[in-house]
Each structure stands twice: as structure tokens, then as C-alpha cells.
Design a protein around this ligand. Structure first.
Ligand code: SAM
Length: 643
């Protein structure tokens, strides 16, 4: 079923695959051949990442500004302006790294354009002045950064407040500053931490909220029945508002949305999706439907079924020893002992937890309020063990804590009633041990070290939403006389394929991790029942599925759930060549999702030209709140084509 690579339309970008949109603006024309992206891990940007600021784009902006060149869509123009706001330096940033697709840098460039205005960005970039240097002189940075008052004018897609900075002598803003934990409209005191070299953005630490937003005020109803907060938590609530449930709020980089009502959080995520499609899809706004309301999580605290706290060891213990900032009771600038010096254990602060916001420092976290109780109980014990034995560790490590049903005795047959399990949960810490979860009436097992969605509470409603989305809006229920097929691409241990098996006659899943595939097969076997589709899984790169499936495209749904970096170009090209009736794209990175979908829509439109039929269109997009209280949004988009 696969098409020869020579016939595959390349996604527009300069050295490598995915569109994004970015480069597409500048280059729907000549692009060099695309190297196949190598997948190394969920979050590892491969060499074949999209790049933001190709110089060609910068030049194209000048042409657009001068009224030259082809007429560009609103999306294309915005993208070019954003690139301008990021001051193109080729594919790498000042640290020599390509920006993470859909990460803070990429999205930040759009914020700069949105809040400073495209004209202002253009004027600043065209000036010969060194804005970064001047900003450093005026506001300092790091330990020498000044504390300044800033009015927060917006919020970025990563949950940080945004304010405008204006250099002395200037009448209009010269930079945007991100301020974690601050909310729009607030007047805050900010300690200036650093200034981006590549785009007009600075970063600060929140010192004090001078004029707090009304949005922080909890209603009596929200507070009813809450336990008396500890003194530590009271102090945090005093600063950030009484909805906050975590004593590490304001330091931990985890759950920025805690001060907000849950409705407010859901609306913010809807807006994050809206911005992602407006900025990254490169589609004309008329092609993006109104973003649907965010699918809520039944649990907003105590829902996370996996935590991975880490710790470091004192420098003298090993090569990968801890950082100066981990030395207890020492102020700024106090040196930690050098590796050759004897280490006094009492001076070393063993911190086990998560990274502090804006610092390369591990915070000591005793409890994580979004994790399940089983995980928190196990974390207490594991922390004590690590602290007691820190001298025995040669290097730092990451602990694994996964909430699981107890192991299933050999030979267990599935309870056909599918009743919710009443077994007491356990915490699994061995990467190679088996974890077990129940989702609706389906059970999954897999090894603890591999991927599974971390919020079990929302999975039944997410799956039911997807099951409904398989058929077009208003279409009658599934006709048993018309066969239907599903491809579950990036399938993990089979969550979607197996849960949706009632909806299809045949299903094929593909996944790169061989162990997950083995578990997917076992899970399909365990949950097998009359009336459920026949399921097969194969290990390999997602695009490999197109080599084997013989499903009729008009009766096939392809469900995609890739890692954060999005789909490889080869996969998207093969997807387009296969031309399924429906595409359901689920993603924990709405920016790369919007980028990939934009490309599919544009390319399918080209492909459909002259056939008398329409290419793919976006039927619906919304977020599902798999990560309540954090800024993360899981995007769910449904694409349909004319049959
Ligand atoms: C976000 S997870 C989704 C897993 C599954 N759909 C679920 O919900 O449990 C992404 C999965 O894609 C897999 N993966 C990463 N790159 C891949 C590739 N090139 N081809 C196939 N699978 C890949 C990862 O191993 C991971 O299991």
C-alpha cells in the first residue's frame, strides 16, 4: 500500500522534514531533499527538526513589507513576522541548539509579535542597535538583575504572565518579559533574570504581586470542605491565592494554573489550541473551525499515575555530582567543595524532586498534589531510603513511581461484566516490572518504563469522545453491513486500538517500541470478546504500517498519537497517499499538531485539485485536560475528506 518515496511530496522546510508552517511560508517552491527523521525518544529533537528562522523567511518578510512577491495568507504573514521577532540566525539558537518544535522559543516569537506589534518588531530588528546589550545595561540580569514593576498584559501558552519593557528614552516597548506565576492585569515586582539573544524576549522571576487579579479569588463553594492548610501552604496561599493546594507553588515548575478556577483553566487551554492553530498551522483562519470546549478531567488533584522525581549526589561522589545551588544554607556565590576536597555529608542538601522554575536546581518535593495517594505514599518511603543511602550513590538518578493495580495472577480470565476493579492499588518502581491499569471495561498491562497516559480519570470520556468522532457529525450509528477499519499509529500498548475495538471490524496498530507491541498483543488477547474487531500490532516506524495494510481507504480511520515532536514527514506523506476517510490526531503538543495538520490540509487540497472533490478539512479541534492544573493541553482534532 505504500507509495515510493520519490513520489512523496516533501513538507516545506529548509533542511529537513516537517513543515512547520514557518518555512512553508517562504518556501512552497524549492526545498532540498528531506532526510528521514530518526526517532530516539519521545522528547528528543532529532536532527531533522523543523526550523524557525530561515534567513529566506526574513528576506521574504522584507518583500512582503514592500508589497512585493506573491499574496500570502494571513497565517503565512504572521509566521514570517514571528520569525522576524525571533531575529533569524538560521536553524540554531544562540546556544547552538535548534528550538524544540512547539516549545517556549517557537511560541514566544509569536507572542513578541502579538504584543509588540509587527511594525514595532520590524523597526527594532532593522535598527543597528544591540537591544540585548542595552537591556542588560538597563535592567541587569541574573544575580545582578534589577527588581522592577511590570504590568502583566497577557499569558503565554506555557502559563507564564507577559509584560512589556521599554528602554529609557524609547516611547514604545522594546521587549516582552515572561513572568512565571503572574496573571494578566496584575501589577507585579519582577527580578530580571535573562534576555534572549535571538528574539525580543526577556525572562524574570516573580518577587511580589502588588495588585492581584480578581481571578485568584476562590468562591466559598470551592473552599467548602477543605482541610485547614499547613502554615507553609497558608504562606503560599497568601501570595498566590487560596485555591493553591501545593506548598511548592511559585517554585516548582509543575502546576502553573493552580490559582485559577477550573473553568478558567479549561478556557485557557481552549485558547492555547486556538493560538497554536492560528500561528502554527499556516492555514487561512477560515479553514480552522471554532475550537471546541476543553474536555474536563474528572479529577484535578490526585490524578497523576506516574511520577519521576530525580536527585543528584555531592560532587565528590561521582562525575555527575550536584550543582553549587544544592549546597544547603549557602547564599549566592558560595562555592561548593571541589571534587578533591573531603565532603561533609551534613552540608550537602539531598534534594529529591523536580526542577525549580527557571533554575537548573532540583527542589526537594515531599508530596505532589496532582499525583495519586499510592504514589505519594511510596515517594515518602523512597525519599527516606535515598537520603539515608546517598553516600552509596555514584551518580544522580531518576526514581520511577507508577500507580498500578496489583499483578494479575497467571491464568486470570477477564471478568466479562467489566466492573470497575475494587483491588487496592500498588506503586511499581522497577522499570521492567509489569503495571496494570483498567480503563472503562478494558485492562492494560505493560512494562513500567514504557509510555501510558498519566491521567486515568479522563480516559473513559476521551475514548468515548473519539468513538463518537469516528463517524461524521449527525451520521447514523455504525452500519453492521459496512465494514470499518482503524489504524492506530504510535499505538503504545494498544490503548486506542483495544478500547475502540467495538467500533471496527479490523484494526492494525504500529509502534516503535517492541516491548510495547508485545504487551499490546497480550492486551488485545486478554480483552478479546465477541463483537470486537480483529486486532493486529506491528513494531516499526509508524509509516511502516502503510507497507502492509490492505484496508479500503474510504472505510478507514487513521488515529495518530505521536510524541511531542509530531509526525515524521515520511509518515505524513504516506498518510496522504493512503487517503483515509477520517484522521483523528491526538497530541500532547498542540503546536506540532497544528503544524502537521496544516500541512496535511494544504497538501490534500493540492492533491484533490481537478478531481472535483474536496481534500481534507478540519471537522473539529479541542483540548482534553489530561494535565489538570498544569499549562499542558492534549489536542484532539478530527479531519474528514469527501468520499
Ligand atoms: C504519546 S505516546 C502514545 C501511545 C498510545 N497511543 C497511548 O495513548 O498509550 C507516543 C508513542 O509513539 C511511539 N513512537 C515514537 N516514535 C515513533 C515512530 N517513529 N513510529 C512509531 N511509534 C513511535 C512511542 O514509543 C510512544 O509509545
Amino acid at each position: 500500500m505504500s507509495v515510493p518515496t520519490s513520489t512523496i511530496p516533501k513538507r516545506a522546510h529548509s533542511t529537513s522534514p516537517p513543515p512547520p508552517a514557518v518555512a512553508a511560508a517562504a518556501s512552497t517552491t524549492s526545498q532540498p531533499a528531506v532526510k528521514r527523521a530518526k526517532i530516539e525518544g519521545d522528547d528528543t529533537p532529532s536532527a531533522a527538526q523543523p526550523e524557525l528562522a530561515a534567513p529566506a523567511v526574513i528576506e521574504a518578510l522584507a518583500a512582503v513589507a514592500n508589497g512585493e512577491g506573491a499574496v500570502k495568507s494571513q497565517g503565512e504573514q504572521k509566521k514570517e513576522q514571528a520569525n522576524k521577532g525571533r531575529k533569524g540566525k538560521g536553524k540554531k539558537n544562540a546556544k547552538g541548539k535548534a528550538p524544540k518544535p512547539g516549545g517556549v522559543e517557537e511560541a514566544g516569537a509569536f507572542d513578541v509579535v502579538e504584543f509588540l506589534g509587527a511594525e514595532r518588531v520590524k523597526a527594532l530588528e532593522e535598527s543597528e542597535r544591540n537591544w540585548k546589550k542595552e537591556s542588560e545595561t538597563e535592567w541587569g540580569f541574573g544575580a545582578n538583575g534589577k527588581d522592577i514593576e511590570v504590568r502583566i498584559v497577557g499569558m503565554n501558552s506555557h502559563g507564564d504572565g507577559l509584560g512589556l519593557l521599554t528602554l529609557s528614552g524609547e516611547t514604545q516597548p522594546t521587549r516582552l518579559i515572561s513572568v512565571p506565576f503572574a496573571l494578566p492585569t496584575e501589577l507585579v515586582t519582577v527580578h530580571v533574570a535573562r534576555h534572549e539573544p535571538d528574539f525580543l524576549m526577556s525572562h524574570g522571576d516573580l518577587v511580589a504581586i502588588i495588585e492581584p487579579s480578581e481571578r485568584r479569588k476562590a468562591t466559598a463553594e470551592e473552599l467548602a470542605g477543605r482541610a485547614e492548610p499547613s502554615e507553609e501552604l497558608k504562606a503560599v496561599q497568601q501570595k498566590f491565592g487560596d485555591r493553591v493546594q501545593c506548598k511548592y507553588f511559585g517554585l516548582c515548575s509543575g502546576c502553573q494554573y493552580q490559582p485559577l478556577s477550573y473553568d478558567d483553566q479549561l478556557t485557557l487551554k481552549q485558547n492555547v489550541v486556538r493560538k497554536a492553530f492560528a500561528n502554527f498551522s499556516l492555514l487561512d483562519p477560515s479553514l480552522v473551525p471554532a475550537i471546541g470546549p476543553t474536555l474536563p478531567s474528572p479529577l484535578q488533584y490526585g490524578y497523576r499515575t506516574k511520577l519521576t522525581p530525580h536527585f543528584q549526589v555531592p560532587p565528590a561522589h561521582g562525575k555527575s555530582g550536584g550543582k553549587k545551588s544544592q549546597w544547603k544554607g549557602k547564599g549566592k556565590g558560595v562555592e561548593a567543595p571541589q571534587p578533591t576536597e573531603p565532603v561533609e555529608e551534613k552540608e550537602w542538601e539531598v534534594t529529591i524532586g523536580f526542577e525549580q522554575k527557571g533554575r537548573k536546581r532540583i527542589l526537594d518535593i515531599e508530596e505532589c498534589v496532582i499525583a495519586t495517594k499510592v504514589i505519594n505514599d511510596a515517594m515518602t518511603i523512597e525519599r527516606e531510603k535515598v537520603k539515608a543511602n546517598i553516600g552509596n550513590y555514584k551518580r544522580g538518578a531518576t526514581l520511577l513511581l507508577r500507580d498500578s493495580l496489583p499483578p494479575r495472577p497467571e491464568g486470570t480470565v477477564k471478568d466479562p461484566s467489566g466492573a470497575p476493579s475494587t483491588e487496592a492499588h500498588v506503586c511499581i518502581q522497577d522499570h521492567h516490572a509489569t503495571v496494570r491499569e483498567q480503563v472503562g471495561n478494558v485492562e492494560f498491562e505493560q512494562i513500567a518504563g514504557s509510555f501510558f497516559q498519566n491521567n486515568n480519570s479522563i480516559l473513559p470520556s476521551l475514548l468515548s469522545y473519539i468513538a463518537d468522532a469516528v463517524r461524521p457529525v449527525g451520521a447514523p450509528p455504525r452500519d453492521p453491513n459496512v465494514k470499518s477499519y482503524l489504524v492506530d499509529a504510535y499505538c503504545g500498548s494498544g490503548l486506542f486500538a483495544i478500547s475502540l475495538a467495538d467500533q471496527f471490524d479490523r484494526i492494525e496498530g504500529v509502534e516503535i517500541d517492541k516491548q510495547s507491541v508485545q504487551w499490546a498483543k497480550k492486551n488485545a488477547e486478554f480483552n478479546k470478546a465477541k463483537g470486537r474487531g480483529e486486532i493486529g500490532f506491528r513494531a516499526g516506524n509508524a509509516e511502516a504500517i502503510f507497507d502492509t495494510i490492505e484496508f479500503p481507504p474510504d472505510q478507514t480511520t487513521i488515529l495518530i498519537d505521536p510524541p511531542r515532536k509530531g509526525c515524521d514527514d515520511l509518515f505524513l506523506s504516506q498518510l496522504l497517499a493512503f487517503n483515509p476517510a477520517t484522521i483523528i490526531y491526538v497530541s500532547c503538543n498542540v503546536h506540532t499538531q497544528a503544524r502537521d495538520i496544516g500541512w496535511v490540509i494544504r497538501e490534500s487540497e493540492k492533491k484533490a485539485a481537478g478531481t472535483g472533490k474536496k481534500g481534507f478539512w478540519i471537522e473539529s479541534v479541542r483540548a482534553a485536560d489530561l494535565f489538570a492544573n498544569t499549562h499542558h493541553a492534549e489536542g484532539v482534532a478530527v479531519l474528514r475528506r469527501e468520499l
